[in-house]
Design a protein around this ligand. Structure first.
Ligand code: FCB
Length: 452
């Protein structure tokens, strides 16, 4: 099974960056050498994680990072996106944890030696529990703590980092964590969700100032997730519901960054559900970005819920992934062109895209044909957006390897590398081989051009 792009595809241009992505809590393990985080607490609460698992060992990446770096290098990627566990590098008193810092310094140096660009995410959801104990993201002070963390880390990493993302998917840390209650810390309260979203965006803006000062050579930005919102029917009510959902779930995060204001839907919320916004916050949030990371998995269909709000209609018809998410590649082109038309965007990278599939290891192989097809279709969707005139500088597959998929535990596998959790053995799936060959075809392509 191959992934093939047109010979003149913009994705084969030497300047286009291909990478793989992971996140600290999902792969690292070695929980005893960092502070507890909100996901440790959440995992310990019965019923929160589908398979009752936790992140104590995960992929044991802290002990196996050398092997994992070799794996990444062997894929022939240009870049590796990973996140820093805040509680591994900063102590409760705010000082640096040198052992934790050294882990990431080694990793960064190993990437540099291999010519792989480091795309570092500062916050991929693992808030230290001691900060949660003083209010977490509901407490405005956490935004300032985040900027201090960004300051210490960006100074310590010096020029090793190609790109910093402040936050990964604030939608998840706000909505899924404080309104839907399915992510840590598992609250269900709209006012809290809106307040947390605001404090996260504030944290991003404060950290951007720090990064631009400490690491002006790096590409500094943020990673947002998008899902096009489609109406369940042609009725005015459903169309209106889908538009509201788009404002609430997509524009809520990008519009403040690009235009310094929230979508008009904010005014329609009762005052008791609107976030408290201090004077000057929106200017901090709207500081210019060097890049925008876009994560895309699927589209979402909405209907009017009869109470002036929207509710989603889960897909039932195939093709679906193992998460039950509809495979809908056109949605990636749609959302890219949509934001490109609405806003003055900085260069965009697709920072996550991939699919969970019911993989099985048989005779040393994982033949994940559906995942290969998923990548083929979504790379094509990126190319279509570029061909329509949009600037997109890179694409990261989620994920390097199977890992802890949050509330789903280890049952859902998103990796292009299979992880046997009893032995921690890593096996390249067919999709990893297909991507590797696709990346390698670029050299052949460059050679052809050079020989002409
Ligand atoms: C994204 C997360 C990532 C992973 C994928 C499947 O929302 O950023 O950690 O769980 O979904």
């Amino acid at each position: 099974m191959k992934i093939s792009l047109a010979a003149n595809s913009a994705l084969l241009n030497p300047d286009f960056t291909f990478g793989v992505a992971t996140a600290s809590f999902q792969i690292e393990g070695a929980a005893d050498s960092r502070l507890p985080c909100i996901w440790d607490t959440f995992c310990a609460e019965p019923g929160r994680i589908k398979d009752g698992s936790n992140g104590l060992i995960a992929c044991d990446h802290i002990n196996r990072w050398r092997e994992d770096i070799e794996l990444i290098a062997a894929l022939g990627v240009d870049a590796y996106r990973f996140s820093i566990a805040w509680g591994r590098v900063i102590n409760v008193d705010g000082t640096v944890n040198q052992a934790g810092l050294d882990f990431y310094l080694q990793l960064l140096d190993a990437l540099k030696v291999r010519g792989i660009k480091a795309f570092v995410t500062l916050y991929h959801w693992d808030l230290p529990q001691y900060l949660q104990d003083s209010g977490g993201w509901l407490n405005r002070a956490t935004a300032y703590k985040f900027a201090e963390y960004a300051d210490l880390i960006s100074k310590a990493f010096a020029d090793r980092v190609y790109s910093y993302a402040t936050l990964n998917e604030p939608f998840c840390s706000a909505y899924l964590s404080y309104e839907a209650g399915i992510h840590a810390p598992g609250m269900q309260n709209r006012k809290q969700g809106r307040q947390v979203a605001h404090h996260l965006l504030l944290a991003h803006g404060l950290a951007m100032q720090v990064l631009q000062q400490n690491a002006p050579q790096a590409l500094n930005g943020i990673v947002l997730n998008f899902s096009p919102c489609h109406p369940a029917s042609n009725s005015d009510a459903d169309i209106r519901a889908a538009r509201m959902a788009d404002q609430y779930h997509n524009q809520w995060y990008i519009q403040p960054l690009m235009e310094g204001c929230y979508p008009a839907l904010l005014q329609q919320l009762p005052l008791s559900e609107q976030p408290d916004i201090a004077t000057g916050d929106m200017d901090i949030i709207a500081r210019p970005l060097d890049f925008l990371g876009v994560n895309y998995y699927t589209r979402t269909v909405y209907r009017d819920n009869g109470k002036g709000w929207f509710s989603d209609v889960p897909p039932t018809a195939p093709p679906l992934t193992d998460m039950g998410w509809e495979i809908y590649p056109a949605g990636l082109t749609e959302i890219l062109l949509d934001i490109n038309q609405r806003y003055q965007l900085p260069p965009v990278y697709i920072t996550e895209n991939g699919a969970a599939m019911p993989d099985s290891l048989q005779q040393g192989q994982v033949q994940d044909k559906e995942r290969v097809a998923y990548f083929q279709q979504h790379l094509q969707a990126v190319e279509n957006a570029i061909n329509a005139g949009m600037r997109i500088d890179g694409y990261f597959a989620w994920s390097l390897m199977d890992n802890f998929e949050w509330a789903e535990g280890y049952a859902k596998r998103f990796g292009i590398v299979y992880v046997d959790y009893t032995t921690q053995q890593r096996t390249l799936k067919t999709s990893a081989i297909a991507l590797r060959d696709c990346f390698a075809s670029r050299q052949v392509n460059d050679q052809k051009i050079a020989n002409k």
